[in-house]
Design a protein around this ligand. Structure first.
Ligand code: HEC
Length: 441
């Protein structure tokens, strides 16, 4: 992502909010509005940045520069203005009303107007007494300290090459019992080089070499390795609802596939994964309705190639969150529901898919849908030179695990309304006699 500089959309316009007003076709500010008093960093802007930017733009965060103090923000004022108008920042790619998704960082129209006017007015600092107390970022982990932390054995050296590098690390820890978990959180050791990091469950028959890792972009699925959770910048860890879990079978280990993006300089990384165990009464598995097609054949140069997979929900379901996975030619994605009575609803729409920001879209309110609901998963691809991420528009592209091949995956994570496993667990492990339900993962 660092190598892919975004387009500057408003190069020719020097006054940022003027561009915004043109863009949004609303009128410019009136004299009376202007008299209302200046917008200052300390009073109006800092609170917005604390809420919407600091998650990534803080010391040790995933973004390249912190945006917490005036001194940190001031040099970026013009760039900030452009990025918020184009809605490239904060990064969020689903549509729907603000608030539909949890941890939705999108700015409101009012907030964008506020920021652009502040920049136009010369980005004044304001009075110190107006400055809100600094936002505290307590644990570096998403949900407090995890129950189990596994770490790559030793720092891995990412070579100075300018080629993408894939490494699969296997952790030593072996689950001593079937273990119910509620969340996985990934902490890259070096945000500058870790592009993606996907945690997997590794079966005992998979033997890792002594050094604990294998290099190269290989097919994990063929070796019985199953993905558990993904990390990329902006992908937040999901804590499953109370009473819901994922069971990791006894004897399994964890592994992590890391895609290192080239920086041109040699560097090191040592990534960790935190696991949160479930505790108390487990009633439900988290289930996945998986929309997938492997018969992609995207013609060279095609700007608009579309493919649909259809699946049906076999139970009444409570939909919790969504995930979409395509590669560099991915352009947009839609999941459309058709209810048994024929009514239709768009469950998720990502109109401008971006490979670099594969967020989990977690609904604030779960969506209850009846048994028999049909889901159409539709992915659209741009294999033309107009797609700035396209490494080679002259090639016909098929399915594959490499980022230069394509995938078409949509996942709906849901709970079955009538499921009641009724397993009592302590620190993830079933209390003897209560785990009578399903033996599958
Ligand atoms: C989810 C994480 C995240 C959030 C939230 C976020 N950013 Fe960013 N931002 C990044 C990352 C990562 C980059 C660098 C890569 C890129 O440009 O895509 C970046 C880049 C930028 C840049 C461009 C820097 C450059 O080198 O040109 C600006 C300006 C920016 N962000 C402003 C903001 C503002 C303002 C907010 C809040 C209103 C915000 N961002 C929220 C992650 C985030």
């Amino acid at each position: 992502m660092r190598k892919m500089k975004s387009l500057i959309l408003f190069v020719a316009v020097c006054v940022c909010s003027y561009a915004y007003n043109l863009h949004m076709s609303v009128s410019g500010k009136t004299a009376s509005e202007k008299d209302k008093g200046a917008i200052t960093f300390t009073k109006q802007i800092a609170p917005i940045f604390q809420n919407r930017c600091e998650e990534c733009h803080r010391q040790g965060g995933v973004a390249p520069m912190p945006l917490a103090t005036y001194e940190e923000v001031r040099p970026w004022a013009r760039a900030i203005c452009e990025k918020v108008i184009s809605r490239e920042m904060p990064p969020f790619h689903a549509v729907g009303p603000i608030g539909r998704y949890r941890d939705d960082p999108r700015l409101t129209e009012d907030e964008i107007t506020m920021i652009t006017r502040w920049v136009d007015d010369g980005s004044p600092k304001g009075l110190l007494k107006d400055m809100p107390p600094p936002r505290e970022w307590k644990s570096k982990w998403a949900h407090g300290d995890p129950d189990l932390i596994v770490k790559v054995k030793q720092p891995y050296t990412v070579s100075a090459s300018d080629k993408d590098q894939y490494v699969f690390f296997v952790f030593d820890y072996v689950f001593p019992e079937d273990t119910w978990i509620r969340a996985v959180d990934t902490r890259p050791g070096n945000y500058k080089v870790v592009h993606h990091a996907n945690t997997h469950v590794v079966p005992p028959m998979f033997k890792a070499p002594a050094e604990g890792f294998i290099t190269g972009d290989f097919e994990l699925g063929a070796r019985g390795i199953v993905m558990l959770a993904g990390w990329a910048p902006g992908v937040q860890s999901v804590l499953l609802a109370e009473g819901t879990g994922v069971k990791i079978p006894k004897g399994m280990r964890l592994g992590i596939q890391i895609h290192y993006a080239p920086t041109g300089q040699e560097s090191t990384d040592q990534t960790s994964v935190g696991i949160y165990f479930a505790d108390g009464l487990i009633k439900k598995h988290i289930k996945i309705l998986f929309g997938d097609r492997r018969d992609l054949e995207i013609p060279a140069g095609d700007p608009n190639y579309t493919l649909t997979a259809t699946k049906t929900l076999e139970t009444d379901a409570l939909i919790r969150f969504f995930h979409v996975h395509m590669h560099l030619r991915g352009k947009s994605y839609v999941m459309k529901l058709t209810y048994p009575d024929g009514k239709q609803e768009v469950a998720l729409e990502v109109p401008r898919y971006n490979f670099n920001w594969q967020r989990t879209y977690l609904l604030t309110e779960p969506l209850r849908v009846p048994k028999g609901t049909k889901v159409e998963f539709t992915g659209t691809y741009d294999n033309s030179p107009k797609n700035k991420f396209n490494p080679d528009p002259s090639k016909t592209i098929g399915w594959g695990e490499k980022t230069t091949d394509e995938m078409m995956q949509g996942r709906i994570f849901y709970e079955a309304v009538d499921e009641n496993l009724n397993v009592k667990v302590k620190k993830g492990i079933a209390i003897r006699g209560t785990d009578t339900a399903n033996k599958e993962k």
